[in-house]
Design a protein around this ligand. Sequence first.
Ligand SMILES: Cc1cc2nc3c(=O)[nH]c(=O)nc-3n(C[C@H](O)[C@H](O)[C@H](O)COP(=O)(O)OP(=O)(O)OC[C@H]3O[C@@H](n4cnc5c(N)ncnc54)[C@H](O)[C@@H]3O)c2cc1C
Ligand code: SF4
Length: 307
Amino acid sequence: MEYYHSPDSIKDALSMAREFDGNFIYFAGGTDVQIYRKQKLEKNEHIIDLKSIHDLNSISIKDEVLSLGAMTPLDDIIKSKEILKFFPVLVEAAKSVATPVIRKTATIGGNLLVRNRCTFYNQSQEWRNGVGSCLRDVGDICQVTGGKNDCFSRNVSDTAAALIALNAEITLINSNGMTQKPIKDIYLPCGIKFHDLDNEIILTQIRVPFSPKKWWYKKLRMRKTLDFTSLTIAATIDNQDIARICLNGVSMTPILIEEPIETLTLESLIKQARKNCKTVDNDLMPLKYRREMINVYLEEFWNSIYI
Ligand SMILES: Cc1cc2nc3c(=O)[nH]c(=O)nc-3n(C[C@H](O)[C@H](O)[C@H](O)COP(=O)(O)OP(=O)(O)OC[C@H]3O[C@@H](n4cnc5c(N)ncnc54)[C@H](O)[C@@H]3O)c2cc1C
Ligand code: SF4
């Protein structure tokens, strides 16, 4: 059985969430959620659609600080001339998500909370039953590593990489009140529970505090549209010459390297990236190639700094 609900305030959405006691899913654009429902990886009965809640779809820029409502479609971000002027790295990242049609519905909040992916998990139920299920589903081993404890499914959010490189913060609301925290702090190094937000929390706003003086963005994928990332790197340099380089698609969380540009070297950047990324063979592209592409992309970024 499925039940659809469309609250028009955060208060009502939270009271529904409490009433359904975990047996629900928030629905923003639904472009990720619906696939999981179809593949029977998401089985909660109640859908709480956040679309009718006022004020969650908004773009505002004041003094080069960007505020975005969590329900803002990616397409609106791409089309905003002001965002392009001050935060082009975010526009590039949004442009690289999925396809033009999907981006009309897909929201920025949903993209930050898109579920981690793995070639052995994101499959139909028949496929999963055929090869044997895994730890993250109803099985008891990881099909990639053979281990019994850890899941290495990959965080694939392209906009998370850009927003972390922009040092952005998010606002979260649950029945205990409102909290704000850096986006990078919500992600957990676990493929099964990949963020620390409780079920009830609603992501309402994203705040980007500065317009960088330099930026760089690149995404590796099989086809230039449609495919999820095999490696995304977003990088910025701020007015104090702090470099923030964020890698995604190659570990359970986005990986941030943050350092003054004058002390950073290409060798140390590659060393930190390779050490911190827990990359395993769970993507369409071969593992060795993806690892090598980390070096290639970081070198390209490095060479771009001095142009
Ligand atoms: C063919 C295809 C290609 C795709 N390619 C990419 C890609 O290249 N890169 C990529 O990153 N994604 C990709 N996606 C996944 C998805 O389309 C995007 O991540 C999209 O931005 C998700 O946003 P949404 O609004 O549709 O989220 P939804 O599907 O509605 O929600 C995603 C998750 O976030 C939670 N959620 C959403 N909003 C909130 C909120 N405000 N508060 C609390 N929880 C919330 C939902 O409960 C759910 O768990 C692709 C999907 C498809 C079908
Ligand atoms: S990394 Fe292992 S446990 Fe995690 S989804 Fe893939 S096969 Fe399953």
